[in-house]
Design a protein around this ligand. Structure first.
Ligand code: ADP
Ligand code: GLC
Length: 513
């Protein structure tokens, strides 16, 4: 089976969160299962420099703009083949989605272009035709719409929701620039309360939908978590599957992690103490046996860190230290900075993004706190499990699916962390307090650490499930697609200014590739 995996992030080249980590690991796990999988990536500068032996497939005249784009095919350092849309006017930017809290104003074009090229790959590469195009999040949400409106033959489409809260909503006026037929702008299509919804397009038109944990798959079918799309998701529930993410057990391996001062494993947990010392020192604390808890997170309301700021003060007299590494929304950042300033002897906050420090904190801390209001999957708690850093999490989404509560007395044989239910500071304080109690019982704590480190958090199981989903997507497409009746619906000209695809030979593209 041939699968085109279209995604806007790829660790270590472009990453704003877990999406980049998934891109770096899931396709490799699928390739190991024998799936012939290739990336479709935007030509961000870091991707362009990483792409080895690029070959020009096609020059696309006036691709969604007045500038040309070039479709390249090469090999990424991980060994997988990748198609890259080289369009500097779209992707040569400081950050993938925006800057200083503002989205790039042409995001609808940047990601329509990515979606369209993913849908159209089979037109351009006559040597490699995908059976399935697998898109991820709103950035590739239009891909299933482009495919659906093309008519047959076409590949089947799968879209994975990594976070329904980011929907790619754009003003109605942008619709005319997308090259989709007018019927598409409808409640039975991509229209969402008068706007263009890229995520909605994906959910409406994809042959199969997945999301990144079974619990989140259930949650998003309710008004509380559905972000206005729960009705559509309920209507499509037969086509919606929750598949829990894994983690890259090569990158996140305490026994071989090159970013750590000292490696360790479940049998030799003493090495963890050296990392704790280094983490404390780096954040200006003296070495101590008192518990060290950490947070490594995007700082957005989703992550529930305001609950932590309210829950922690009454517990600080118990000797605990907290180190936060994160970046994100200014109000959350400011709240955390003020919190650290008020409790300098116990709390340190670093605003910033830094992979090395993230590894050090996962290795050196005793527990990692993820009090999210919602969490589609969450990888941070899984890294915690790998490093014997017990997760303290809210029972939602993938947090609920990956952490087993240790119980009141930390005696549960299978416990791997501490779980609380209500999104309140009181409930979080209860879980923190149980963790502090458990920490005082060294034998119980070590048992929990070993349980956590023994948990299988690799990608194998998920890869098997995605492979099944690809099969099912092809069957759904053949059996039920409302667009597969045989009439090929012509696409309007791609570019409102009249531009169209041009053969490379006729272009004046001069860059040596
Ligand atoms: P989300 O994708 O919602 O941000 P995940 O838990 O799935 O949440 O993934 C977050 C990823 O981003 C993890 O790899 C985590 O280590 C990383 N990360 C988050 N914030 C930072 C930061 N400030 N510095 C380094 N890595 C970070
Ligand atoms: C999103 C979600 C996170 C998930 C990640 C990877 O960023 O917020 O929960 O782990 O995608 O799927």
């Amino acid at each position: 089976m041939r699968v085109l995996f279209a995604i806007s992030e790829l660790y270590p080249f472009v990453k704003t969160g877990g999406l980049g980590d998934v891109a770096a690991a899931l396709p490799l796990a699928l390739a190991e299962r024998g799936i012939d999988i290739r990336f479709m990536l935007p030509g961000y500068p870091a991707v362009m420099s990483a792409l080895k032996r690029p070959r020009r497939i096609r020059v696309l005249r006036d691709y969604f703009s007045r500038s040309d784009a070039t479709l390249l095919c090469g090999t990424m350092p991980c060994g997988l083949r990748a198609y890259v849309l080289d369009a500097p006017h779209f992707y040569e930017r400081l950050a993938p989605y925006g800057n200083g809290g503002h989205d790039w104003p042409d995001n609808h074009l940047r990601f329509a272009a990515l979606s369209r090229i993913a849908a159209d790959i089979s037109f351009y590469d006559d040597k490699w035709q995908p059976d399935v195009v697998h898109g991820n999040d709103w950035h590739t949400g239009l891909m299933p719409a482009y495919l659906a409106w093309r008519g047959q033959p076409r590949p089947a489409s799968v879209i994975t929701i990594h976070n329904l809260a980011y929907q790619g909503l754009f003003p109605r006026a942008t619709f005319a620039e997308l090259g989709l037929p007018p019927e598409c702008f409808s409640v039975d299509g991509l229209e969402f309360w008068g706007q263009v919804g890229f995520m909605k397009a994906g959910l409406y038109y994809a042959d199969k939908i997945s999301t990144v944990s079974p619990t989140y798959a259930r949650e998003i079918q309710t008004p509380k978590f559905g972000c206005g799309l729960d009705g559509l998701l309920r209507a499509r529930s037969r086509d919606l599957k929750g598949i829990l993410n894994g983690v890259d057990v090569g990158v996140w391996n305490p026994a071989s992690d090159k970013l750590l001062p000292k490696t360790f494993d479940a049998q030799n947990l003493e090495g963890k103490a050296e990392n704790k010392r280094a983490a404390l020192e780096e954040f200006g604390f003296r070495n101590t046996d008192e518990p060290l808890f950490t947070v490594v997170s995007r700082l957005t309301p989703q992550k529930g860190l305001d609950l932590l700021v309210d829950a922690l003060p009454p517990l600080l007299h118990r000797g605990l230290k907290l180190i936060v590494l994160g970046t994100g929304d200014a109000p959350v950042e400011n709240k955390l900075k003020a919190f650290a300033a008020a409790h300098p002897e116990s709390v340190a906050v670093r605003i910033g993004y830094d992979e090395k420090t993230a590894h050090l904190l996962q290795a050196g801390a005793d527990a990692v706190i993820v009090p999210s209001r919602f969490e589609p999957c969450g990888l941070v708690q899984m890294y915690g499990l790998r490093y014997g850093t017990l997760p303290i999490v809210r029972r939602t989404g993938g947090l609920a699916d990956s952490v087993t509560d240790a119980g009141l007395n930390a005696r549960a044989d299978k416990g791997t962390g501490f779980v609380f239910s209500e999104p309140t500071s009181a409930a979080l304080a209860g879980a923190l307090s149980r963790a502090l109690d458990a920490y005082r019982d060294a034998a119980a704590w070590t048992r929990l650490q070993r349980n956590a480190m023994a948990q299988d958090v690799g990608w194998d199981l998920a890869a098997e499930k995605y492979a099944t989903l690809y099969d099912e997507a092809q069957q759904t497409f053949r059996a039920h697609s409302p667009f597969s009746a045989g009439t090929t619906i012509a696409m309007p000209p791609l570019n409102p200014h009249g531009g169209r695809h041009e053969d490379a030979k006729r272009s004046s593209f001069g860059k040596a590739i």
